[in-house]
Design a protein around this ligand. Structure first.
Ligand code: PMV
Length: 322
């Protein structure tokens, strides 16, 4: 009753920020994301009848903070399999954890994939994606490869997720400029709740989001890079405007993040096919067409304060190690 799974984190172009149901972790808005082939979480799950409780080791150290959410996901899988044994979970990331690089997305995607395999559960993608969402709202996206749509399922108590373009169909690349390896101070769940309760812009964000998502999807279907660039940067800035106008304000950027934004703006003005996006942390992700990647990486690497600039191709959905 043991299995290991791997998953890539993902980055949203049309962002998710805000929950319509906290207990079920249902998002207020859908999202459109890229699965990041260059970064990886590896998770081993072993169900063991002799254990008194679930155990979680993150990057080699016990992690009791995330344990209750992990157990909640495991409980749903155990109930489906008719198994009551507790589990030992060992997970590690080859990139900074909890720092705005979606380690929770790849973490919960790898967790449900490994646990379902260890339980020999014949579960469909929709069920696994529901369980992954309980762990992290962006985790269902990491179960899928390429360019991925998460439909918020407004009016229902479910979300659905699927690949809308395989990596080979439109081989976008992403340069991840790592500006800090520290974990963020305010996690996304707390940040989203605060935004919903206090930002004067939250209502406008939710109301205008479906049109942004539909336009983003259309740009992907047409391989219209310039339109996707405009829509993605606008969605990123809208999300951060909501975060910044929350009380207390959530400013996830550092000065280095802003310098990186300016570099990408300059490269765009010079005609390079590149745009930026930023999540709940100071890292900047520069999305580009393959021809532009060498220049984009070199330029971002030179920004003072950038610790590393890693190139990611579009990756596959989570998979079980054979
Ligand atoms: O899945 P969570 O709860 O970590 O939320 C992720 C939110 C953002 O990364 C900021 C945006 C997104 O759509 O990924």
């Amino acid at each position: 009753m043991e299995a290991t799974a791997l998953a890539h984190p993902n980055v949203a172009l049309i962002k998710y920020w805000g929950k319509r149901d906290v207990a079920m972790n249902l998002p207020a808005v859908g999202s459109l994301s890229l699965t990041l082939g260059g970064l990886r979480t590896q998770t081993m799950v072993r169900f063991d009848a002799t254990l008194q409780s679930d155990q979680l080791l993150l990057n080699g150290k016990p992690d009791d903070r995330a344990l209750s959410r992990v157990s909640r996901c495991l409980d749903l899988l155990r109930a489906r399999a008719g198994v009551s044994s507790k589990a030992r979970v060992e997970t590690s990331n080859d990139f900074p954890t909890g720092a705005g690089l979606a380690s929770s997305a790849s973490g919960y995607a790898a967790l449900v994939k490994a646990a379902a395999a260890a339980l020999q559960l014949d579960a469909d993608a929709d069920f696994l994606s529901e369980v992954a969402r309980i762990g992290s709202g962006s985790a269902p996206r990491s179960l899928f490869g390429g360019i991925v749509l998460l439909d918020a399922g407004i009016g229902t108590d479910k979300t659905t997720c699927r690949t809308v373009a395989q990596p080979a169909e439109w081989p976008l690349q992403v340069v991840v400029a790592i500006t800090s390896r520290a974990a963020k101070e305010v996690g996304s769940t707390g940040g989203m709740e605060s935004s919903r309760d206090t930002s004067p812009y939250y209502g406008a964000w939710v109301v205008t989001h479906p049109a942004d998502l539909a336009a983003g999807l259309d740009a992907v279907r047409k391989h219209d890079f310039t339109r996707l660039a405009d829509l993605s940067e606008a969605s990123c800035l809208k999300m951060h405007a909501v975060a910044m106008t929350s009380q207390p304000p959530l400013l996830y950027w550092s000065g280095v993040t802003v310098e990186c934004m300016r570099v990408v703006q300059r490269l765009r003005r010079e005609g390079l096919p590149v745009f930026y996006t930023i999540d709940a942390g100071p890292q900047l992700k520069a999305v580009c067409l393959p021809d532009a990647v060498t220049r984009v990486q070199a330029e971002l690497q030179q920004v003072p304060g950038v610790l590393d600039a890693r190139v990611c191709t579009l990756g596959a959905g989570a998979w079980v190690e054979q």
